[in-house]
Unconditional design. Structure first.
Length: 274
């Protein structure tokens, strides 16, 4: 399965969902994977925009009950009909990936957080709707999903610094780079400037604050939504490893898949917390 190979973390968390909801989550996460890989799948920016517009049209058709014949869109259309998924959240996901095509780094932390909300929080909100709790659209659920999505995205972006650099893509805020005397070109050439770890430390600190906020906001959420929240367990694990590595995103311990992920997810799920 494509999702299991290329997004194993979300695949693992979806396994904790009830069997009746699992295939819908797989379809949602596979859709997200497809649009997230747009930048690395194209050579010309225009081709990326055409690809994302195809997905935008396909999602609209699926919402109208006329899905294209596609292994992701057909099960996703079923979920959209049965769970009344919010079309605006799909649009937020696609818009975030259009920013990837442009390739411009965020100007500041606020811009980075906005990108994280679009690329990650919107996905959690949709997962909430699939899991089908009446609380999924309440303000406290939206806030928990927003903060968790930001924490997950920031953590992932830090771990992906080497991968993105090879694509000549940079998600580190320009003002942080300037403050710590880090030249964007050095990063894109796979060099490690002295100030990089200070930049990563600040972003990791923001990720930790967002994760703590999500855990507080989620106290009112029903257990039914927990499978959508479990990425927070993994975000905490990755932030721990990043901290122990001195905030060096190139450290092997940061890049490696940590042992014990399944055990930690299972433990947190049994506790009813993430």
């Amino acid at each position: 399965m494509l999702l299991r190979r290329h997004d194993p973390d979300r695949y693992l968390t979806a396994l904790f969902a009830p069997s009746a909801r699992r295939e819908s989550l797989f379809a949602l996460y596979a859709f997200n994977l497809e649009i997230a890989r747009t930048r690395e799948a194209i050579r010309e920016p225009m081709m990326g925009r055409i690809r994302l517009q195809w997905w935008r049209d396909a999602i609209a058709a699926a919402a109208a009950g006329q899905p294209y014949r596609h292994e992701i869109l057909e099960p996703l259309a079923v979920a959209m009909k049965e769970r009344s998924l919010t079309l605006a959240w799909f649009e937020r996901l696609i818009e975030a990936r259009e920013q990837d095509i442009d390739g411009a780094p965020p100007t500041d932390m606020a811009s980075l957080i906005t990108y994280a909300e679009g690329s990650s929080s919107a996905l959690i909100w949709l997962a909430f709707e699939i899991l089908g709790s009446a609380a999924s659209r309440e303000s406290f659920a939206i806030e928990a999903g927003r903060e968790l999505g930001v924490a997950w995205a920031l953590t992932g972006l830090l771990r992906a610094v080497p991968h993105h650099a090879r694509q000549r893509l940079l998600h580190l805020p320009a003002d942080l780079l300037a403050r710590h005397d880090v030249r964007a070109e050095d990063l894109l050439e796979l060099r490690k400037p002295a100030g990089l770890q200070a930049v990563v430390r600040e972003i990791a600190g923001e990720a930790r604050c967002q994760l703590d906020g999500a855990r507080k906001a989620a106290r009112e959420l029903p257990r039914a939504l927990l499978p959508a929240l479990l990425p927070g367990t993994l975000a905490g694990l990755y932030l721990e490893r990043l901290t122990r590595a001195g905030f060096d995103p190139y450290a092997q311990a940061v890049q490696d898949t940590p042992p014990g992920r399944v055990w930690r997810l299972t433990w947190r799920y049994l506790l009813g917390r993430f």
